[in-house]
Design a protein around this ligand. Structure first.
Ligand code: AMP
Ligand code: MN
Length: 270
């Protein structure tokens, strides 16, 4: 529903075919696909957990907090995600202005074509437009040249607060997970602060094995999980067959000395 190219039904089928044993659809700042995904998983005989990935600003960096196993009809969480999404359209217009100054016209309309709903417009949709219009060869080139800090199409944005994201998820009976910690440009002190505050607010898990981590980062964050007493998660971050290098069901297993987050969520698997 956010920035993937496949429908929930196509993803459920692909997950099943690839041997996935437990699936969660984790749209950015959105849970409107949860009932569809759960139904599609059921039709495939695939166990399912609800999911989302909330954009948070912590120490001036964007951090993603995954929620798993929450009640998708929880009103407080729905309102929180709505507020988080509400800044996307304005940010996208600023990105388009900034890209226009760099000589790329019409990128707001171009990006919007890929998503339809301006509340969900993301850098990924701009990347697809710049590939479609021949400015770059692929989406990673777009991020490298245009959409990351210091580049012409980058617009800093203030997302949700860490405490709020963790609280929405836990109050909706879910578990909050730090997504792909290896991706953030934090100093050791800032990373320590992220884990410490996350835990203090009620966060319970961290992604260890993910498509965004190297093998060395699997090891590093397995140690961090144990140090902070967090359960461990595993997720592909799969967005599209054309853009993602990690397919559903392709990652290696979690190390045996970690507590898998799904053990804490056994009662919420559908
Ligand atoms: P946004 O929430 O609009 O800032 O977009 C974030 C999304 O952009 C992430 O979830 C990724 O899917 C994608 N993204 C961020 N950085 C990169 C990158 N370097 N290469 C490819 N995709 C990226
Ligand atoms: Mn992410």
């Amino acid at each position: 529903m956010s920035d993937g190219t496949l429908t929930p039904e196509m993803l459920a089928e692909r997950a099943k075919t690839n041997g996935v044993e437990l699936w969660a659809l984790t749209d950015h700042d959105e849970m409107g696909g949860q009932h569809r995904a759960a139904a599609a998983a059921k039709a495939q005989g695939l166990p399912y957990l609800t999911g989302t990935e909330i954009s948070v600003t912590f120490a001036n960096e964007t951090v993603h907090i995954v929620g798993l196993g929450f009640d998708p009809d929880d009103a407080e969480m729905q309102q929180g995600l709505r507020n988080t999404r509400s800044g996307r359209e304005q940010r996208a217009m600023q990105m388009a202005e900034s890209l226009a100054k760099a000589g790329i016209q019409g990128s707001f309309e171009g990006a919007l074509k890929f998503v339809g709903n301006p509340e969900l417009i993301s850098r990924t949709h701009f990347a697809r437009f710049l590939v479609e219009s021949g400015v770059c060869r692929d989406t990673s080139e777009v991020f490298r040249k245009y959409l990351t800090e210091g580049k012409p199409g980058y617009v800093p944005h203030r997302w949700a607060a860490l405490r709020d994201a963790v609280t929405w998820i836990t109050n909706a009976h879910g578990i909050a997970v730090i997504a792909h910690p290896g991706r953030y440009k934090f100093t050791a002190n800032e990373e320590y602060a992220l884990f410490t505050e996350f835990k203090a607010h009620g966060g319970q898990a961290v992604e260890v094995v993910t498509g965004s981590h190297t093998k060395q980062e699997f090891v590093k964050y397995a140690e961090t999980a144990k140090e902070f007493g967090l359960a461990a998660s595993r997720g592909s971050d799969f967005h599209s067959p054309d853009e993602s290098h990690t397919d559903l069901g392709a990652l290696s297993f979690l190390m045996g000395d970690l507590t898998p987050v799904w053990e804490l969520l056994a009662g919420r698997i559908q």
